[in-house]
Design a binder for this molecule. Structure first.
Ligand code: HEC
Ligand code: HEC
Length: 375
């Protein structure tokens, strides 16, 4: 009844997909998320495959527990050598993240589009920014984003520190005209003058736009969650339900993990959306916009699958409303597979185990420094 894709066992999928994906070479390692320092998942920790249905039993048979080495548990802090963290820097970054005064009309903050109490998204296909204008892309989550090998759907910023300086000056997002204009506004707020000197104590003139990016980036480097999946990877075999384990097996066996791999189950490479069957919406050419290289048409950074059940709608164009639909589209366009309803729901069940606990205290909205009478 259901088509079994046992022919697409992973070793084969790995070989064919990595060449078919059109990336220049193997997925770029992020330098983070490498499994070397994690010490998780020995094959022995794995529960024995269950035989829920003939289809799934077939998938179970082909499951190779050594594939778990391709994943690793979430780190709590996504460190950067060039931006060492301090409590003061993080506190400043948190204020800036929530402060609408960083936008032209003082009505949009980072948190407007990346709501921290809603898993870092706003639940809309595209987000309203300055004067309600919308860009063409879905707002991705900021949780774990600091662990990506590059930022944005098309990789046009290297890290979260650089990324943070973008939206403030984007005419349809926060619409400030220059970094100088932003810093002029902040210099008139005494609480920020104080917070910048505490965050960058060694610097005689700490109120720079680059330091604003560093402070927000520092705050983002601890926007991480831990889920039952992490419990499983660190040896708690009962952290996943049998139905979720079946989903994991199907996910790995059909080849999803070729692209969604590592600590973040994504964020390590660019891949073509529509690797096997062209993506229905060809309007946004993805990384091609950045490089103008035809080989980069429809190439997008593979997003994380952590907290994916909480971040609908999906894809750069916000075109999939439900996770089931997103999984089915991935099967079709990335792998050329018609996943059955049973397979889709098993994968969706497993993806649910990637929902982590929000760091409630860390993300609590701080009180913001008041305007001085001069402002
Ligand atoms: C008007 C809505 C809006 C506002 C305001 C906004 N963003 Fe975004 N953000 C987006 C969209 C849309 C994207 C994806 C754009 C793209 O990839 O081209 C994005 C991308 C990102 C990413 C990259 C994540 C990834 O998956 O690569 C991070 C990090 C981020 N934003 C943080 C911030 C911070 C920090 C601020 C405040 C300084 C901010 N954003 C303000 C909508 C917004
Ligand atoms: C060839 C690489 C590749 C394979 C294989 C692949 N994906 Fe993806 N996946 C991507 C890319 C690239 C995106 C982003 C596409 C976009 O938004 O345009 C993505 C996006 C997603 C999203 C939406 C994420 C979000 O935040 O919007 C989900 C869910 C997903 N993939 C699940 C899967 C599942 C499940 C499978 C296996 C059935 C799979 N993927 C196979 C590359 C791949």
């Amino acid at each position: 009844m259901h088509k079994i894709h046992s022919a697409v066992v992973l070793p084969l999928a790995l070989g064919t997909l990595l060449s078919a994906c059109g990336s220049d070479g193997a997925p770029t390692p992020s330098g983070s998320g490498s499994p070397k320092d994690t010490g998780h998942s020995s094959a022995a920790a794995l529960p024995s495959p269950s035989a829920a249905s003939p289809v799934l039993a077939e998938a179970s048979k082909a499951f190779n527990p050594r594939l778990l080495r391709r994943f690793s548990p979430a780190r709590a802090i996504l460190k950067s050598e060039s931006n060492p963290l301090s409590d003061e820097k993080i506190a400043l970054g948190r204020m800036l993240y929530f402060d609408k005064r960083l936008s032209k009309d003082r009505d949009v903050s980072c948190n407007s589009c990346h709501k921290l109490d809603a898993y870092g998204v706003d639940g809309q296909p595209t987000s309203p920014g300055h004067k309600g204008q919308r860009g063409g892309r879905n707002s991705p989550t900021v949780y774990h984003a600091a662990g990506y090998f590059t930022q944005f759907w098309d990789g046009r910023a290297a890290d979260v520190e650089e990324q943070a300086k973008g939206p403030i000056l984007n005419p349809i997002e926060m619409a400030m005209t220059s970094g100088d204009e932003v810093m002029k506004r902040l210099r008139a707020i005494p609480g920020y003058v104080d917070a910048f000197s505490k965050a960058f104590p060694a610097e005689p003139s700490p109120m720079t736009y680059d330091n604003l990016g560093r402070a927000i980036g520092a705050f983002e480097r601890k926007l991480t969650t831990r889920s039952r999946w992490d419990g499983y990877l660190t040896g708690n075999a009962s952290a996943l339900q049998p139905s979720e384990l079946e989903g994991l097996k199907i996910f790995t066996n059909v080849g999803c993990m070729v692209c969604h791999t590592g600590e973040l189950l994504g964020g390590t490479s660019y891949q073509r959306v529509g690797a096997v069957e062209p993506w229905p919406n060809q309007e946004d050419p993805g990384r091609f916009k950045v490089t103008k290289n035809v080989a980069d048409r429809m190439m997008f950074k593979v997003p994380t699958l952590r907290n994916i059940a909480m971040t609908a709608p999906y894809f750069h164009d916000g075109s999939a409303k439900t996770l089931g639909e997103a999984v089915r589209l991935m099967g079709k366009h990335q792998l050329g597979l018609d996943l059955s309803d049973v397979e889709v729901s098993a994968i969706v069940a497993w993806l649910g185990s990637l929902t982590g606990d929000l760091p409630k205290e860390y993300i609590a909205e701080p009180s913001l420094p008041p305007n001085s009478t001069k402002t």
